[in-house]
Design a protein around this ligand. Structure first.
Ligand code: DGL
Length: 259
């Protein structure tokens, strides 16, 4: 592993930039390459085989750019494909899974809600994790349509508000005290979600934990880049770059190209 090589990340679109931000904040000297596979979004309704094939395509692209570690910045791709990726490639992979554990451990009511894609909630990995916390009631909700609206730049639309109300109301009625955001797109919805949820329901996502894990794996392998100059970040997107550029506030290099 060459320490000066970049950290590679991929997601079905712009959502994984919520993970990238945490990594960039914790490891500002590292170079990063981010793939937004928006052309194929949403992954959440695709079959496991399709998700594996797309994850392999993204991984190959990042390896061709010399990624020293790959962060699968997508819950759906992690829960459906990380086992296959780890078996196929030598490079270390960091995955992102819904933060069931911290929510279950902290919940006083022992009732938590999870909002995630169909692909994540149907995956074997999700069920294995959920079974470990059988003392906690988990109210599951598929966030159909949310990723599409975010990718289309409709994050603050009326349609988003009514979908969120529809998905969150049963959880409020079920008396949850923690809401797990099990999709890397959803942290961008936190302000809207907070307007709907009562104040005593707390929101948890996995971004910070993924960043800490990335740092610890790189440091275990002596693969952290030296702290001589700030890292460079490049974002590739295979459909319109508009929403990605907006979300990054025009501060970083966004390249539109097919991959
Ligand atoms: N950001 C992906 C995730 O974390 C979104 C999946 C999708 O494209 O449906 O699950």
């Amino acid at each position: 592993m060459n320490n000066n090589n970049p950290i590679g990340l991929f997601d079905s679109g712009i959502g994984g930039t919520s993970i990238w931000k945490e990594i960039h904040e914790l490891l500002p000297y590292e170079d990063t390459i981010y793939l937004a596979d928006s052309k194929n979004a949403p992954y959440g309704q695709k079959s496991k085989d399709e998700i594996i094939a797309l994850s392999i395509k993204n991984t190959e692209y990042l390896l061709n750019q010399n990624a020293k570690i790959i962060v699968v910045a997508c819950n759906t791709a992690t829960t459906n494909a990380i086992k296959e990726l780890r078996a196929k490639y030598d490079v270390p992979f960091i995955g992102i899974e819904p933060a069931i554990k911290p929510a279950a451990v902290k919940s006083e009511k022992h009732i938590i809600g999870i909002l995630a894609t169909q692909g994540t909630l149907n995956s074997e990995l999700f069920h294995q994790t959920a079974e470990k916390f059988h003392d906690t009631k988990i109210v599951e909700q598929i966030g159909t349509g949310l990723v599409r609206l975010i990718e289309d730049g409709e994050m603050h639309s009326k349609e988003m508000d009514s979908l969120l109300r529809k998905y969150l109301t049963p959880m409020i009625e079920a008396n949850i005290d923690y809401l797990v955001l099990g999709c890397s797109h959803y942290p961008y919805l936190i302000p809207q979600i907070q307007k709907i949820l009562p104040k005593d329901i707390k929101i948890i996502d996995s971004g910070e934990a993924v960043a800490r894990q990335t740092k610890s794996i790189l440091s275990e392998r002596n693969a952290l880049k030296s702290e001589d100059k700030k890292g460079e970040a490049v974002f590739y997107v295979n459909s319109s770059p508009k929403v990605l550029t907006e979300i990054l506030q025009d501060k970083y290099k966004v390249i539109a190209r097919d991959f």
